[in-house]
Design a protein around this ligand. Structure first.
Ligand SMILES: Nc1nc2c(ncn2[C@@H]2O[C@H](COP(=O)(O)OP(=O)(O)OP(=O)(O)O)[C@@H](O)[C@H]2O)c(=O)[nH]1
Ligand SMILES: [Mg+2]
Length: 313
């Protein structure tokens, strides 16, 4: 059977294969994406980020049964560019411990081991489309940290949840270091251990007062405190009108970004080609710059005319 047909029927091997093709930027993945595009746009995506060890994987595993009760079909993507093996395996172990993973319905995969930040967010977007077309309507994306990657991921997903716990001592530093902007919901996790109250109130004080007024909640995978409430809150948010409008805006931004990426790629390809064919002319231009018979503006203009004669792209 054609891989696209298998995908649409929810075949897990076809999903895994398609995501690998995307991760490798294999041309076959572009064909798959073209064919499934009209079946996408139904899934809600939630990114979970925050310091290492804050309890993200365990939390995700424990949220699944609640989301399932609300009628969602759940998939998990663990984005881990640094350690392709351990990232996925850690998530796998943790989540498997939660019996939910005996569950045939949940698809899980670690992802993005080969890419640059820009590359990962692009392939994440496409991996989400694959899962979406295969019938998963809730995709949970785990990533670690507070870097550029998390900011990029937060642009790709519909909602970003930042998870802190009392025993990741650098939590509040992490808040200050740039996680304040990206979260729609902030979690003071591990509410069963000491320091959870302080963490919760620090988050309220630091972030709860900002104009966006993100939601701040307390959870524990150990006592299950806050888990059901979290899922109910998410469910209410994604059904609101305001949310739907916001997602439309986001969708437009995604298309803009994809267009830019595509144009940039074409320009790069063309530039490389022209540099090969017209290497003499280009060398002469560079020479004129070095011996100052020309200037950078003129040289750039002339180079751009070589690449796009008559300004035609
Ligand atoms: N007391 C307590 N411990 C928890 C809770 N949730 C997770 N843990 C423990 O915290 C440790 C880290 O949990 P993970 O779920 O792997 O954390 P993570 O944020 O996914 O970690 P990385 O993926 O490495 O960033 C594990 O030992 C968990 O058993 C909780 O609610 N309460
Ligand atoms: Mg984890």
């Amino acid at each position: 059977m054609d891989i696209v047909d298998s995908l649409i029927q929810g075949d897990k091997r076809a999903i895994a294969r398609s995501i690998s093709l995307i991760d490798d930027d294999d041309p076959q993945s572009h064909e798959i994406l073209k064919k499934i595009y009209n079946r996408t746009g139904n899934a809600i995506t939630i990114g979970f980020t925050g310091p290492g060890g804050a309890g993200k994987s365990t939390l995700i595993g424990n949220l699944i049964p609640f989301f399932k009760k609300l009628g969602y079909k759940v998939a998990i993507l663990a984005v881990d560019p640094t350690s392709p093996l351990t990232g996925g395996a850690i998530l796998g172990d943790r989540v498997r411990m939660q019996s939910t993973m005996d569950d045939e319905d949940v698809f899980m995969r670690s992802f993005g081991s080969r890419g640059t930040v820009g590359g990962i967010s692009k392939s994440l977007r496409n991996a989400i489309r694959i899962l979406d077309s295969a019938g998963y309507n809730l995709i949970l994306v785990e990533s670690v940290g507070a870097g550029q990657l998390e900011i990029e991921i937060s642009k790709v997903v519909n909602m970003t949840v930042v998870v802190f716990s009392p025993n990741t001592g650098d939590s509040i530093q992490a808040v200050k270091a740039g996680l304040t902007e990206i979260g729609d919901i902030y979690i003071a996790n591990k509410s069963d251990i000491e320091g959870a109250g302080i963490l919760y109130y620090s988050l309220l004080e630091l972030i709860g007062e900002t104009p966006r007024k993100p939601l701040i909640v307390k959870t524990s995978s150990k006592t299950t405190e806050g888990l059901q409430e979290f899922c109910l809150n998410v469910n209410t948010i994604v059904k609101s009108n305001q949310w739907i409008q916001k997602q439309k805006q986001k969708q437009k931004q995604v298309l803009d970004d994809e267009l830019k990426e595509m144009v940039l790629e074409k320009v790069k390809q063309r530039t490389l080609k022209v540099f090969k064919i017209k290497s003499e002319a280009i060398n002469a231009l560079l020479e004129s710059l070095l011996n100052k018979t020309s200037d950078p503006y003129t040289v750039s203009e002339e180079l751009s005319l070589l690449i796009f004669p008559n300004n035609n792209m």
